[in-house]
Design a protein. Structure first.
Length: 440
């Protein structure tokens, strides 16, 4: 996801793992530099770990030239945590400076947890999510989802099992392949317009879209720095009309693209905080990134505005019959309430309680996924494991955080303002919670 900046600083082995004699507090910018180099070092052992980097290219080159062993990286991270200084008196009025210290501490702790996993440590689903993402999702039994399934049953037309009827009904809303580009372009344009009405973005920001296959995910934002993103859309499975706005908002505006552009502008360029030139995927930052990207859909299209835009603009662009758009939207809202079923499937599967076949069956029964989508999701579990909590729990925590500050009936401008403030901050998942939040 990242690439920018050209600061020429030599990298040495001791820069990654300072000797114990140097275990004293360091200036925060030195801590940040060491942190980036440690993350790059982990990336040499874990190909999925560094999701984005746009810092000095010589830092990356050095990490590729010198590949320290896992235990050496872990020792360096442990020492670096000890070297984080207390908040200076002059900084206590600066909320971001205060948040920065705990952010780096927790990111480093997550880095150490990932290293333990690379060394073979076996964690339960919840232990892993707490260690990596600073959060654990609530546990829901089958009965939790039954009420929603009962509401769905009479709404989905046809005869036979609910899942099969839903799959057949959805086929009416697949975007034809030859219209994908025009539909996504229109969705992205609307998301961008709505975001720019409330969020000041760098004038040079932009992104491109590619359509790809053979991926375990449906969409991905690769942030490249200089306010640019590459967004990839996976076309392995049918893309339904509602996914157009989902992906345009989540990957673009006001989701990942905006999140990374604001971090680059406000924290990297304005403050010189180099830790934000790198994004370690398996870290607390991911819950903030995914949670804001999902909540951003509701911020951009509150209330009935989404269905109105889909029915009046996107359905015609896709050449689809909009006469059942309202019914489909109502069904989609209920299906979205089953999102935590994916967590339960992942928890049981990764804890060894069920195998892949039973995990896919759980997803088709309780998350209303087609058999092909369910199988693809189990492959996501294999690669990204407990990462799944970042989408639904992340959205819920971000929503709770924003609305606790502005109120549930706040005008759109207030919601956007608080949301944008969160996007440009180093806040942690645990900092989003209130004592009443379940699952912790």
């Amino acid at each position: 996801m990242l690439r920018w900046l050209s600061v020429c600083i030599a990298v040495s082995t001791t820069a990654i793992t300072p000797p114990r004699a140097q275990a004293r507090t360091l200036p925060m910018n030195s801590i940040a530099e060491q942190y980036v180099k440690l993350v790059l070092a982990v990336g040499q052992h874990d190909a999925d770990y560094v999701d984005a980097f746009y810092g000095p290219p010589e830092w990356k080159a050095e990490s590729e030239h010198h590949k320290p062993p896992v235990r050496e990286i872990d020792a360096g991270a442990a020492r670096l945590i000890d070297q984080i200084p207390a908040v200076a008196a002059a900084e206590r009025h600066d909320e971001l400076a205060v948040l920065r210290r705990e952010y780096l501490r927790r990111q480093l702790e997550a880095l150490r947890a990932r290293l333990r996993m690379l060394e073979g440590a076996k964690l339960t689903f919840d232990e892993e999510s707490r260690a990596l993402y600073d959060a654990a999702a609530p546990i829901h039994p089958e009965s939790f989802f039954q009420g929603t399934l009962q509401e769905l049953d009479p709404l989905v037309p046809g005869q036979g099992p609910l899942g099969e009827r839903y799959d057949a009904f959805r086929r009416k809303f697949v975007i034809p392949h030859d219209r994908l580009t025009r539909v996504f372009d229109r969705a992205i344009a609307e998301c961008r317009t709505r975001t720019l009405a409330h969020v000041a973005l760098p004038p040079a920001e932009s992104f491109t879209v590619e359509y790809v296959t053979n991926k375990p995910w449906s969409g991905y934002n690769w942030y490249q720095g200089q306010y640019r993103s590459l967004i990839q859309v996976n076309t392995d499975l049918p893309i339904y009309i509602d996914r157009a706005l989902d992906l345009a908002c989540h990957e673009g505006y006001p989701g990942h693209h905006v999140y990374n552009a604001l971090l680059e502008k406000h924290l990297v360029r304005d403050r010189g905080w180099m830790e934000f030139t790198i994004y370690p995927l398996f870290s607390p930052q991911s819950l903030i990134a995914e949670g804001t990207a999902n909540y951003g859909i509701d911020v951009a299209f509150p209330g009935s505005e989404r269905i109105v835009f889909e029915r009046e603009v996107l359905y015609p662009e896709a050449g689809l019959d909009a006469s059942q758009a309202v019914t489909y939207a109502r069904i989609r809202v209920l299906v979205d309430q089953l999102a935590y079923a994916g967590n339960e499937a992942a928890r049981k599967y990764l804890n060894g309680e069920i195998d892949r076949r039973r995990a896919a069956a759980w997803l088709t029964e309780y998350a209303m996924m087609s058999p092909l989508s369910a199988e693809q999701r189990t492959r996501f579990f294999d690669t990204y494991r407990s990462y799944v909590i970042n989408y639904n729990l992340g959205k819920d925590l971000v929503k709770q955080f924003v609305e606790s500050r502005v109120g549930t009936a706040a005008p759109a401008a207030s919601r956007w303002e608080e949301f944008a403030r969160l996007l440009a901050s180093p806040r942690l998942p645990s900092g989003l919670r209130t004592p009443a939040t379940p699952g912790r």
